[in-house]
Write a protein that binds this ligand. Sequence first.
Ligand SMILES: C[S@@+](CC[C@H](N)C(=O)[O-])C[C@H]1O[C@@H](n2cnc3c(N)ncnc32)[C@H](O)[C@@H]1O
Length: 324
Amino acid sequence: MIDYQPLLQQLTELKADAWVDLIPQQLERAFDLKANGNAANWLALLEQIAVAKASVRELNSSQVKIGVATDLDEATLALLLEQLKAFHPWRKGPYDLFGIHIDTEWRSDWKWDRLEKHISPLKNRMVLDVGCGNGYHCWRMLGAGAKMVVGVDPMLLNVLQFQVIRKLYGEAPVYVIPIGLEHIPAETKAFDTVFSMGVLYHRRSPIDHLLELKDCLLPGGELVLETLVIEGKEGEMLMPEGRYAKMRNVWFLPSCETLIGWMKRCGFVNCRLVDVSTTSVEEQRTTDWMQFHSLKEFLDPDDLALTCEGLPAPKRAIIVANIN
Ligand SMILES: C[S@@+](CC[C@H](N)C(=O)[O-])C[C@H]1O[C@@H](n2cnc3c(N)ncnc32)[C@H](O)[C@@H]1O
């Protein structure tokens, strides 16, 4: 089991006592076997994964790499492959675990490559990754020199995939707490850099999301925000009437100008649009490790500039901003 003491101690030093008091309950509630039908199976599987000494731990290349095949005997390696498959679907990655290549739905490394050169160096920073999924970017943040990385994500499967990776990696100042951002107490103010990537459009109130992100930052801290946007002028946005690219839970897709306007209104300064990219079917696709439909099936087959609902196809912007 993960030892959360270093995290609690660090947050205490940063005077984030309200959250420190809550974290034990938040962990207990999320891993409640009665509340989540799959939890018991996944937890049992996690328990069964053998702890092996990894001869390689590489966090600065596209694949998060832990160990090589020869670190394990053949039977243990074959068992690990089956154990990892049981955590399907693997959406964020890629990973190379003892020579097993987890070809995830997303090339999450491409997003990292787009943003890395635009952000303040993470060396010795306390970092929060909101909506971290299985934690792929958390490992890249640690690789970039962060002092400690805390991810939050409310989906238990994501959190357990993270724990699988952490068990294989060994002790590290990286933690994922199974909660949504809205469960971090107001005024936590403990992080030098906060990332929110791929989350804002899932929120019914994007303004509250921005204010909650701001509340997590120390004075002078940096926000790295990545979200779906549309082409358009200031004030323009899209609120899909129904599904967007087959997703039910998509609320607001602002234009970049509108988004920057929201951020300024919430008190962010120095807002810089550093990247806008259309998501390609090479970046998000079905693989052996994520066998469900993916972006190709969510687009109009006759016009890849449109979703299957006839809306503008996914385009993502990265905005970096600060607070005073
Ligand atoms: C599209 S994924 C993005 C994952 C990763 N940040 C990335 O950019 O590749 C969105 C993630 O946000 C998580 N999420 C949804 N609502 C959230 C909330 N209220 N607070 C934090 N995370 C949330 C989901 O569980 C999911 O893992």
